[in-house]
Each structure stands twice: as structure tokens, then as C-alpha cells.
Design a protein around this ligand. Structure first.
Ligand SMILES: NC(=O)c1ccc[n+]([C@@H]2O[C@H](COP(=O)([O-])OP(=O)(O)OC[C@H]3O[C@@H](n4cnc5c(N)ncnc54)[C@H](OP(=O)(O)O)[C@@H]3O)[C@@H](O)[C@H]2O)c1
Length: 176
């Protein structure tokens, strides 16, 4: 199974430097808990800038990074695997992003979850089997935005809201 997990602000804000636009939000720990649960036992796939923004390699899960060079998490951890998928798909046109993700899932007999960055999440939403989307309902300063706001992901199968008034955060779960 292929999954994706991501969060945004009200206007699609996605990243800020090597952190998140809403860092320090009072309900962020609930988001972290849900992220941990959603990715438990999965292989995590991410772009190189996302890996560099992590404090450390995500524990217990195989961390696969897409990119052309070796990168490290903030504490110096290296990923388990780095894959230059752009070079591979240029040379072998039948190898698509989706086929590659499904082959990783088959090879390791494990679900794969794409955890960022913005373009990879949007590409994954086109075919993934499950998604978790956290929305922080304020506007934030950001330097990375989702290329488009996700409208249709699949069927909504779960929903939780944290907070009230204007400054709330909600987590939605989808299945195709
Ligand atoms: N809101 C969220 O849910 C969330 C989640 C994760 C991260 N973030 C934040 O988002 C920012 C980082 O995300 P980003 O979108 O800027 O970057 P990113 O996708 O994490 O990293 C971009 C790099 O990944 C590599 N890459 C991406 N797609 C590829 C592909 N199809 N094949 C091969 N390599 C590929 C490329 O590296 P090369 O140039 O080496 O080829 C590209 O320069 C940070 O601010 C981070 O804190 C937010």
C-alpha cells in the first residue's frame, strides 16, 4: 500500500527554512502523535530537503531519500538509502514514480509512506491508497507552498479537530 502524510496552513503553507511554518503551535504534539501512528511500520520516502529538516533519522522505519546527493539529518544521521529517481526515470521512461514506489513496497513487503516535500506529496495524492492531512487553520509565513491545495483525496474515513475559535487544527484521514 502507498500512503502519504502532510500538513499545511490555511493557504497551502508547507515549509519555512528547515522547519514548519506553525512550529510551536499548541496542538502540534497531537499532529506528531498521529504522524507516528500513521507511519508506524512503514518505509518513509522523502525529498532531500525534508530529510535535512528532520532532527534525526525517523526511528524504527527505513528512511529512503530521493535526491542526487547524500544528505544528512540535523544530528548528522544518514538515510538508509538515497535514490536518484530523476536520473533513473530520464534513462528508463517506463519507470514511473508510482511504479518505483510500488516496487519498493513489494520488495520490502511493507507499506510505503511519502512524507514530503510539497511536490512529492501532490504527485503521490494522484494514486495513493491512504492519506493523512493535517490543516492548521491560520495563515503563516512560509517559503514552500503546496503547488495546489488538495481538493479530492478520496473518501473521508476519519476526522479529529483540536482547539476552537480561529486557531484550530484538524486531521483528516482518507482512503481511495
Ligand atoms: N508541511 C509538511 O507536511 C512538510 C513535510 C515535510 C517537509 N516540510 C517542509 O518542507 C520543506 C522541504 O520540502 P521541499 O518541497 O522544499 O523539498 P523536498 O521535496 O523535501 O526536497 C527537494 C529535493 O528532493 C529531491 N527530489 C524531489 N523530488 C524528486 C524526485 N521525483 N526524484 C528525485 N529527487 C527528487 C531533489 O533533490 P536533488 O536536487 O538533489 O535532485 C529536490 O531538490 C522544509 O521547509 C520542510 O520543513 C513540510
Amino acid at each position: 500500500m502507498i500512503k502519504t502524510v502532510f500538513a499545511s496552513g490555511r493557504l497551502g503553507e508547507f515549509g519555512l527554512g528547515d522547519g514548519l511554518p506553525w512550529d510551536g503551535h499548541k496542538y502540534q504534539s497531537e499532529d506528531f502523535k498521529a504522524f507516528k501512528e500513521f507511519t508506524k511500520g512503514c518505509i518513509v520516502v522523502m525529498g532531500s530537503k525534508t530529510f535535512q529538516s528532520l532532527p534525526f533519522k525517523l526511528p524504527i522505519r527505513r528512511n529512503i531519500v530521493l535526491g542526487s546527493k547524500e544528505v544528512y539529518a540535523k544530528n548528522g544521521d544518514a538515510p538508509d538509502q538515497t535514490f536518484n529517481l530523476k536520473a533513473l526515470t530520464e534513462n528508463l521512461p517506463h519507470v514511473t514514480y508510482e511504479r518505483w514506489l510500488r516496487s519498493i513496497s513489494d520488495w520490502y513487503k511493507s507499506d510505503v509512506v511519502v512524507i514530503g516535500g510539497a511536490e512529492l506529496v501532490v504527485k503521490t495524492l494522484a494514486f495513493c491508497d491512504e492519506a493523512m492531512y493535517t490543516r492548521y487553520h491560520q495563515s503563516y509565513k512560509a517559503d514552500v507552498y503546496l503547488p495546489l491545495l488538495p481538493k479530492y483525496i478520496g473518501s473521508l474515513v476519519g476526522y479529529e479537530r483540536f482547539g476552537e475559535g480561529k486557531d484550530f487544527m484538524d486531521i483528516s484521514y482518507y482512503k481511495r
